[in-house]
Design a protein. Structure first.
Length: 374
């Protein structure tokens, strides 16, 4: 059987009767409406100014700080995920297909003659992605810490001034290190060189083995390992990027028929170009650029062959061998240094022969001035 009648309500009655002026004074606000709920209730129940302010602080400031860092964590995750997606698009199949479609609208002289090296592109993109992620995390959490310190009530002006002084000191003390990192970052972003490239950085020439933000490690042809700080690299000559060119200056004697010599050199280069073994390395038909120099011993004919990056030296060595064999078959003379020597005879010499020229330096090299010629 249901009960009927008035329902009794229970209401908490404060222990003390406080005025609005007391709440304003206890909570340190200008108006009673600005006082926090926690501060107002605690003071109403205890009439303790310190306890009311501490309770209000514990109920508001830590919660705000927690919210600040939660927001920073969420923003950092979103930014890092966006950077990761951007880096993935630089190296995945979809990104490569988009780049291949763009090549259709690129002028032919600006197109690369070789395909993008997937491993090199992935390594470069990964390094740039790590740098961007680290930079984003530092910026986001730095802003969060500064905001949290402001919530605590710390005066940030002296802190920022002190941080500026420390930053200036570190800038002077580690400016070379900062320079290395910045140079390495721009080098990676511009893809100036990568692992496997043959580069010339001034005093060091060799194959790149390791590339990071601070240093570049090269190995010379003699096996010497060079560790070069990126900040010390003033200029870079990359001999294995996109395409290379083998330059051969083939010398012939002055008495040689130049038309025939050029024809022979062109035939040898074209034969090498058509062979299946070397067709992959030679990109275009070899060209004869004509007479390069008129030297002391002979005339140089310039042969130019466009090759895959890093294969110009192998192609040059093979061409040199084949041109030498073909010149021997055709009877084309390869010049060598020659000199004319005069042997002077002193008056009253025991020999009656007159001094004269020796046209072959190897025959008269042992004669001394004044010595009789046999």
């Amino acid at each position: 059987m249901p009960l009927s009648g008035p329902v009794a309500t229970v209401r908490a009655v404060p222990l003390f009767q406080v005025t609005d002026e007391q709440i304003v004074s206890a909570c340190e606000v200008e108006a009673v409406d600005e006082a926090g709920l926690v501060c107002r209730n605690v003071y109403t129940w205890t009439e303790n100014d310190l306890l009311a302010r501490v309770a209000d602080w514990l109920a508001t400031v830590p919660l705000r700080i927690l919210i600040i860092f939660v927001i920073a964590l969420v923003v950092n995750r979103l930014v890092r995920r966006a950077i990761g997606s951007f880096v993935a698009n630089m190296t995945d199949d979809g990104g490569q297909e988009a780049r291949s479609r763009l090549r259709k609208y690129t002028p032919k002289p600006l197109q690369s003659t070789t395909a993008v090296q997937p491993l090199r592109a992935a390594s470069r993109a990964q390094t740039i992605g790590l740098v961007l992620k680290s930079t984003a995390s530092i910026v986001i959490y730095s802003i969060a810490v500064i905001t949290a310190l402001a919530e605590v009530g710390i005066n940030l002006a002296p802190l920022i001034a002190g941080a500026g002084i420390v930053g200036v000191a570190l800038g002077f003390g580690a400016q070379s290190l900062v320079k290395d990192f910045l140079s390495g970052l721009f080098m990676l972003a511009e893809d100036q060189y990568g692992v496997g490239d043959v580069i010339d950085v001034g005093e060091a020439v060799g194959t790149v083995e390791v590339v990071n933000l601070r240093t570049t490690k090269l190995r010379g042809v003699d096996g010497t390992v060079w560790h070069v700080p990126n900040g010390e690299i003033r200029r870079v000559g990359n001999m294995s990027q996109q395409w290379a060119r083998a330059l051969l200056d083939v010398e012939v004697a002055y008495s040689t028929d130049l038309g025939k010599a050029e024809q022979v050199v062109k035939e040898v280069a074209d034969k090498l170009w058509r062979e299946d073994t070397w067709r992959v390395d030679i990109l275009e038909e070899p060209e004869i650029w004509g007479i390069q120099t008129l030297g002391a011993s002979g005339i140089a004919i310039r042969l130019v062959v466009k090759t895959q990056p890093g294969r110009q030296w192998a192609v040059s060595r093979e061409l040199n061998r084949r041109i030498k064999d073909r010149f021997d078959e055709e009877g084309i003379e390869i010049p060598f240094p020659q000199q004319v020597m005069w042997v002077r005879r002193e008056a009253g010499s025991s020999t009656d022969s007159d001094g004269g020229p020796l046209e072959d330096g190897s025959e008269g090299a042992g004669d001394e001035a004044g010595a009789p010629r046999a």
